[in-house]
Design a protein around this ligand. Structure first.
Ligand code: ADP
Ligand code: MG
Length: 241
């Protein structure tokens, strides 16, 4: 097991946005989370790397209960890669420097090693020719691939993607999905929030449909897309006749 979530709850004031989520993610598994806006998908991912503090329940990362008080949050975060809708690159740094920074600060790699790994990861996402470009000199899709390379350079044991392609022009989405797909095929454990149904169908081992802070339904892509059980899932997928 890479991630185990038990009865996870999160409230913002009176608003309970996660209402008892149970989810186990196995090594090498790709879990795609679908659901309408406001259903709690981002909050769920943010709880997994403790960007949000759960108000109830427990989360385990490998053998560590990360919701326990004594857990070193930074150590956990280093192993949990996260890619957001907005790439959050440093605008004044080149792609290579962006990918080097956390390696040096968090993992204490020296500059040579961090640079070597940065170049390796940038090549892997198809940006070998762009390592010395700054974010403003790159397309949105290229910037997002830098963000993916940056996360991969930390040797994560799981990658979380929160609508990684939602801010991109349609013609740029494919390259980013391609990188995510090859990561998945390479055995990376992934939790992916996306509206890209084609990607979900192709790549997911398991599809989860969330609504109102609950997991409403889950199964293989065939189960959820072709034979949805819940009316809410059918409605979301546009199956209601
Ligand atoms: P999704 O990613 O599925 O669109 P979110 O997890 O972003 O959903 O949000 C779920 C609910 O939690 C929404 O009602 C949202 O307004 C609320 N929420 C999210 N983050 C915060 C926050 N920092 N403070 C208050 N409410 C929040
Ligand atoms: Mg969201």
């Amino acid at each position: 097991m890479v991630v185990r979530i038990e009865d996870l709850r999160k409230s913002f004031g009176d608003n309970e946005v996660l209402r008892g989520i149970d989810l186990d993610v196995h090594r090498g598994e790709v879990v795609v989370i679908l659901g309408p806006s406001g259903s709690g998908k981002s909050t769920l991912l943010r709880c997994v790397n403790l960007l949000e503090k759960p108000t109830g329940g427990r989360i385990f990362f490998e053998d560590t209960e990360i919701t326990a008080k004594k857990t070193d949050i930074n150590k956990v975060r280093a192993k949990v890669g996260m890619v957001f809708q907005n790439f959050n690159l440093f605008p004044h740094l080149t792609a290579k420097k962006n990918v080097m920074l956390a390696q040096q600060k968090v993992l204490h790699r020296n500059a040579d090693e961090a640079a070597r790994i940065a170049v390796e990861q940038l090549e892997k996402v198809g940006l070998g020719e762009r390592i010395d470009y700054k974010p403003s000199e790159l397309s949105g899709g290229q910037q997002q691939r830098v963000a993916i390379a940056r996360a991969l350079a930390m040797d994560p044991h799981v990658m979380l993607f929160d609508e990684a392609t939602s801010a991109l022009d349609p013609e740029l989405v494919r390259d980013v999905l391609g990188v995510m797909k090859s990561l998945a095929k390479g055995g990376m454990t992934m939790i992916v929030v996306t509206h890209e149904m084609g990607f979900a169908r192709d790549v997911a081992d398991r599809v989860i449909f969330m609504d109102g802070g609950f997991i409403v339904e889950q199964g293989t892509p065939e189960d959820v897309f072709d034979h949805p059980k819940s009316d809410r899932t059918k409605d979301f997928l546009g199956h209601i006749s």
